[in-house]
Ligand binder design. Structure first.
Ligand SMILES: [Zn+2]
Length: 258
């Protein structure tokens, strides 16, 4: 009898899973208007700079900087204006000149009505079909707050077809990758323009290592890729189920830590 019960209690391995479910390669030609939310100067180039460089060929792109980066790490508080200047130069090097600043306090971004109204106004004014934001499972509190707010409002706008969450402080659950091998040098040059940021961390080597790791999914030597957790406006796939699972888990986590 005991053996009978144990046999039924033994977890069954899902043998119908694919051997290795790799992320899909994202078709960037489908985007026309792209809105990017960057919590701090350098997040956009680190997380999706290569993809943005590819999108500039055929898309209108606007990048929104939520904080001026004055409170990052050991940075002195008066460093914000200089970082903003370097940020704009870095984006111009990628071919992007349409930018916006919220000047929220660095390190104290919360998912409050003020942030919500700002995000809604940006989406309403620009009418993007693709939105890039940090990931909801990133480790940085500012990143998570922005991700949570963008995710909660973006699909209320009919123009928005998909939300693409990039990775910064924690590797994200990658549903899609973009081959950035042809623009690796351009991304490096853009990041090097953000000199102040690079004084406080070896972000160049770190991100190039991450991009090479993600490039392994592409299957050819020395490939570089950026990875995204993509959520679409038409929830129909197992990926959306996982997305809902993460949202529930995050809400539970936040409730427990109040
Ligand atoms: Zn950041």
């Amino acid at each position: 009898m005991l053996k009978f019960i144990q046999r039924f209690r033994r977890p069954k391995f899902p043998v119908d899973l694919p051997l290795c479910q790799l992320p899909s390669v994202l078709d960037v030609s489908k985007a026309t208007r792209v809105l990017v939310f960057a919590p701090h100067p350098d997040d956009e180039v680190l997380g999706c700079g290569g993809t943005l460089a590819l999108l500039t060929d055929h898309c209108q792109i606007r990048v929104v900087l939520v904080t001026n980066g004055s409170g990052g790490g050991d940075l002195p508080p008066e460093i914000g204006p200089r970082r903003c200047l370097e940020w704009a130069e870095s984006l111009a090097h990628l071919g992007i000149k349409n930018v916006s600043y919220l000047n929220a306090p660095d390190g104290a971004v919360v998912p409050a009505p003020g942030l919500q109204h700002f995000i809604e106004a940006e989406i309403d004014a620009f009418q993007p079909d693709w939105i890039f934001s940090p990931s909801m499972t990133d480790y940085h509190r500012d990143h998570m707050a922005i991700a949570q707010m963008v995710q909660s409002v973006c699909f209320q706008f009919a123009c928005v077809k998909q939300l693409l969450m990039y990775e910064i402080w924690a590797p994200t659950w990658a549903t899609h990758i973009v081959n950035i091998t042809p623009v690796v040098t351009l991304k490096r040059e853009a990041l090097l323009l953000q000199k102040t940021s690079l004084q406080y961390g070896n972000y160049l080597q770190a991100i190039e290592g991450l991009n090479l790791y993600r490039g392994l999914y592409l299957g050819f030597p020395n490939a570089s890729a950026e990875a995204f957790w993509v959520v679409t406006s038409t929830p129909s796939s197992w990926r959306m189920d996982c997305h809902q699972f993460w949202l529930r888990w995050l809400n539970f986590f936040h409730q427990q830590n109040k």
